[in-house]
Design a protein around this ligand. Structure first.
Ligand SMILES: [Cu+2]
Length: 182
């Protein structure tokens, strides 16, 4: 209730001022104000408190992303806590073997040329499609996994936006997204 009180008061004050009347009194005198004519002040006061709750849930230090046999991640945007050790888990919820429908999750440094990375990744089967020549572009990555498997890795990201892809050949055009560290 404490969190809701402030926005509700702010809204009530704004509406009271908008109503005209004695402006110098309304800020301190809102408790005596006729509430029947300001029913909407109470309802708008509740949503005003919501963003606080939403933002604490948004950035996490442990995220799970699913991939499937349709060459898709289930999320295109992930929010994590900046400057904190974050665990990223990739879960392949499909059934196909990793040789056919392998998926991984690779977080790339900002500014990485993704198509060029993909060209090199295609040649890097032995290293889970992480090209040694472009290792410096990789902030973190999972193993290549098949249906029913999962793999986790840890990263610490400075505040910012990072691309993530699946670097299995032919997948990165569709299997991609953004990680926002905040
Ligand atoms: Cu993939």
């Amino acid at each position: 209730m404490k969190k809701l009180f402030k926005p509700a008061l702010a809204v009530a004050t704004v509406l009271a001022v908008a109503c005209g009347g004695n402006n110098s009194q309304t800020t301190t005198d809102h408790s005596k104000h006729d509430h029947t004519s300001h029913d909407h002040a109470a309802t708008t006061g509740i949503p005003a408190g919501e963003p606080t709750t939403t933002s604490t849930e948004a950035a996490s230090d442990a995220v799970v992303i699913e991939s499937d046999d349709q060459m898709k991640f289930n999320k295109s945007e992930i929010k994590v806590k900046a400057g904190k050790n974050v665990t990223i888990t990739l879960k392949h919820v499909g059934k196909m073997a990793k040789e056919v429908m392998g998926n991984n999750l690779v977080i790339l440094k900002p500014g990485t040329d993704i198509p060029a990375f993909g060209v090199e990744a295609n040649k890097a089967k032995d290293t889970d499609y992480i090209p040694a020549s472009l290792a410096s572009s990789v902030i973190g990555h999972s193993k290549v996994i098949g249906g029913g498997e999962q793999d986790s890795f840890e990263v610490t990201l400075e505040a910012g936006k990072y691309d993530f892809i699946c670097s299995f050949p032919g997948h990165l055009a569709i299997m991609k997204g953004v990680i926002i560290a905040e």
